[in-house]
Every structure is written in structure tokens, then in C-alpha cells.
Design a protein around this ligand. Structure first.
Ligand SMILES: Cc1ncc(COP(=O)(O)O)c(C=O)c1O
Length: 440
């Protein structure tokens, strides 16, 4: 990676305390990040606090937060309604072993009412847990073993889910350290946004595939939106071949009221959700067709083996209280506004590319935005040909101008961001191109 020298110097000078405190934490925690997410060059900022759409680092710099706690804080930091709900719940009970009334029922109702494909739900803590449950349900239902996933898709951190091609590693690096080769044998990869190519792979392995996991927008891979044709073809082929279709909406659920699936008008068999649905606290869920979800109930006849799916913190009361407050505020109007702002940002970035005659363009859908430099990115292969140095340098320059994001060209909008902040961001985006000498 080749970072712009002048921008690196500015960054290092204004984040010296961050560097020092990050190195202190790193003595105790590998990566220096409690959750271990992402490496940042030259070093990460260390955050002191957040409020609304703003974030302050330990050096006193203020940023517009476009990373949102790794794609979680759809209403920004310290949202008053979410805080009040959690506070009230903390005084009542936080965690119970017994069924409680009525948080689980209310949270389930919010998801079932919004998303026609979801008849029943079950709660977990992380997106990885939710996908593990969906895979087990599909394997139990079909009696098959393999997992089909899109080339470049990300679904969490369990062994089979990290095997295969990922933009997070080199193109030939299909088994991260510590993952056994059997994990690669469990997966079948198909090309994203290529209905014929995907169908061909699914027909070739169809009788072994239990489940097909797909993100309606490949998020970590670069906010690459699926086409409706692609998702519809996956729906019809999986139905024909008896494969359980899972939409991984861990990131995309806030794209539209009821999830990205309602935007595309395609109903999967199961949906996994996480991140934003907990309003900042850890909540994930699997939901879908009753026939599949019923496998989580013990078989009254005792003929079928029990399905072992447990989660101590699944349905934690404080987390559900936060999730209910969060989803309640995520009204149809809130979704419409978020999506309109997302469209405005994407089209402005595309216009900058045209205006300056550079191959800069934006991808994404709803509140999710990716930037790329090169031919239009529609799948893993086009994403690999992206000029990542350019993207990282734009990230660095934006950071120096007070706009915080992942270092990978991905931005999210929250309902806490207004038109004024969007104007500021778009102005800073153009300025970042100029200070880097990418535009005059
Ligand atoms: C699409 C998608 N699915 C699943 C996951 C895993 O979620 P978690 O990190 O909560 O396990 C992620 C995490 O980024 C994700 O982006």
C-alpha cells in the first residue's frame, strides 16, 4: 500500500495521543482494538466519545462518523430513545433464563410485521451466530451438507464462512490461518451478479447443497448491490433444487422497511439479521418460514434428533429493549429519507468522476455507500481490479478533513445525519481529491 506522504504526515501529527494509547492497549490486546476489527494505516484514531452523528478522538479532533460502530448505529451515538429504553430495562432486569414478557414478543412482532418472508424468529448475539443457526436449520431440513456462497461474500467468522475467496485477503489465499482444509470442502462458491454462472454452479452441485447464503448487497466486499435478476434467479433455482435460500441481511436490513428483500421483492426461506437491529447493543436474529423455524422446537414424537442451538445471551433483555427502541424509530419515512440521502451521495460521487475525467464511482444501496477507482465494480473480480491505493488515500484525506470511515472505501449514513452534514461531506470529498492531486 502506498499512502500519500503529505496526508500521512498531517494524520500522524494530529493523532499523536491516539498512537500512544493504541500502542499501550496493544500490549494487552492484539491489534489494540478490543473487538479486533480492521487494521488502519498508519495507525487508528482512538475514540473518546460519540454523540449523534459526531465522534471525538483522544486528541480532541471531531469527526462525522460514517463508520457507525462497524455498521451498527443507524440512529447515531447515544440516541435519546434507545438510551432511555436501556436505562429503564436495566432497572427491571437485564438477563433472565426464563421466558420473559414482553420484550421478545415485541421485537419478534416488529420483524414479522415488516418482513413478509419472516413468520418466526429466534435471537442471538452476533451475525456469525445467526448464520451458524441458519446453516444448521438448512442442513437439518435437507439432510445435505454443503454451503453455497457468493465469491467475495462475507458472512462471519466461523470456519466454513471464512474459507474461500475474500477481498480481505490475497486472491489465492482461500484458507486463513487456523482454518482446516475440510472447511473449504464444505463450501461451493458461485459468481455474484451472474445469474447464468451461478445457476450452472448450483446445478452441478445441487444434490449436495443444503443452503445458499447471499448478501443482497455484498457489503465488506465493497457495497456491491445485487441486481434484481440475479436474486430472482437464485430464488427460482434454489426452489427447484430444494436448497434453502438464506438472505444474509446482517448489514442490509436497514436498506428498506422490512429489509433489502422488500426492496427487491424477493422472499428468501430464511433471513439473518444483526448489527443495526440492536440499536447499538448486540442482537442478531434468524427468521423465516415456520416449517424451517419449527425445527428449533423439540419433536413431540421423539423420532427426530433434537436440534442443539443455544445462546446464553440470545434475547438478553437490555439488548432487546434497545432493539425495539431502534426499530420503532426506523419508520417507513426514516428509510425513505436515508435512501434519498444515500442516492444523493452516490450520484454526486459519480458526477465528480465524470467532471474530473477519473474512474471514480460509487456503489451501494440505501444508506450503504462504497467508492471505487477503476471499471464499474459489480462483483469480486471487478473489485479486485479496483485501485485500492487511490481509495485508501481518499479515506486518509477525508479523515484529515474530519470524516471518519473504514479504511476500505465504505461509508454508511445514519438518521442522525442531516442535509447540512451531507453537504459538508460532499464538499470535503471533492477537496480530498484536490489535495491528493487526483482532480484539479
Ligand atoms: C454480511 C455480514 N454477515 C455476517 C457478519 C458477521 O457478523 P458478526 O461480526 O456480528 O459476527 C458480518 C460482519 O461484518 C457481515 O458483514
Amino acid at each position: 500500500m502506498s499512502l500519500d506522504e503529505a496526508q500521512t504526515k498531517i494524520y500522524v501529527e494530529r493523532t499523536q495521543r491516539s498512537r500512544q494509547l493504541w500502542e499501550t492497549t496493544r500490549e494487552l490486546i492484539p491489534t489494540g482494538h478490543a473487538g479486533g476489527m480492521g487494521a488502519f494505516a498508519p495507525h487508528p484514531i482512538v475514540v473518546e466519545h460519540g454523540k449523534g452523528c459526531w465522534l471525538w478522538d483522544v486528541d480532541g479532533n471531531r469527526y462525522l462518523d460514517l463508520r457507525l460502530g462497524d455498521w451498527v448505529l443507524i440512529h447515531g451515538h447515544s440516541d435519546e430513545d434507545i438510551r432511555a429504553a436501556v436505562h429503564e430495562q436495566m432497572g427491571k432486569m437485564v438477563q433472565v433464563g426464563a421466558p420473559e414478557w414482553d420484550l421478545g414478543h415485541r421485537m419478534a412482532t416488529l420483524l414479522v410485521e415488516r418482513t413478509p418472508s419472516i413468520e418466526q424468529v429466534r435471537f442471538f448475539v452476533s451475525g456469525t451466530d445467526a448464520n451458524a443457526c441458519a446453516i444448521r436449520l438448512a442442513r437439518g431440513f435437507t439432510g445435505r451438507r454443503k454451503i453455497a456462497k457468493a465469491i467475495g461474500g462475507y458472512h462471519g467468522t466461523s470456519d466454513p464462512l471464512v474459507a474461500g475467496r475474500s477481498v480481505l485477503r490475497g486472491p489465492d489465499d482461500i484458507l486463513p490461518l487456523g482454518v482446516p482444509p475440510q472447511a473449504a470442502d464444505e463450501i461451493v462458491e458461485f459468481p455474484y451478479n451472474d445469474p447464468d454462472g451461478a445457476e450452472e454452479v448450483l446445478r452441478r452441485h445441487g444434490d449436495q447443497i443444503a443452503v445458499l447464503l447471499v448478501e443482497p448487497v455484498m457489503t465488506a466486499a465493497g457495497m456491491i448491490a445485487a441486481t434484481g435478476d440475479f436474486l430472482r434467479r437464485l430464488r427460482s433455482v434454489t426452489e427447484e433444487l430444494g436448497i434453502v435460500l438464506v438472505f444474509d441481511e446482517v448489514v442490509t436490513y436497514p436498506i428498506a422497511y422490512g429489509g433489502a428483500q422488500t426492496y427487491f421483492g424477493v422472499d428468501p426461506d430464511l433471513t439473518t439479521m444483526g448489527k443495526a437491529i440492536g440499536g447499538g447493543l448486540p442482537v442478531s436474529a434468524v427468521g423465516g418460514r415456520r416449517e424451517l423455524m419449527q425445527l428449533l422446537e423439540p419433536d413431540p414424537s421423539g423420532e427426530r434428533a433434537a436440534m442443539s442451538v443455544m445462546a446464553t445471551f440470545g434475547g438478553n433483555s437490555a439488548c432487546l429493549a434497545a432493539g425495539i427502541a431502534c426499530l420503532t424509530k426506523l419508520t417507513r419515512e426514516a428509510h425513505t429519507e436515508l435512501a434519498a440521502r444515500g442516492d444523493r451521495v452516490r450520484s454526486h460521487i459519480d458526477e465528480l468522476g465524470v467532471r474530473y475525467g477519473i474512474p471514480l464511482h460509487a456503489t451501494g444501496l440505501g444508506h450503504l455507500i462504497g467508492i471505487h477507482w477503476g471499471e464499474r465494480v459489480v462483483d469480486y473480480d471487478t473489485r479486485l481490479r479496483d485501485d485500492r491505493d487511490k481509495v485508501r488515500n481518499i479515506n486518509l484525506a477525508l479523515d484529515n478533513l474530519g470524516y471518519y470511515q473504514t479504511f476500505t472505501g465504505l461509508f454508511l449514513l445514519s438518521t442522525a445525519i442531516g442535509d447540512q452534514e451531507i453537504d459538508g461531506f460532499l464538499g470535503a470529498f471533492e477537496r480530498s481529491l484536490q489535495v491528493l492531486g487526483y482532480a484539479d
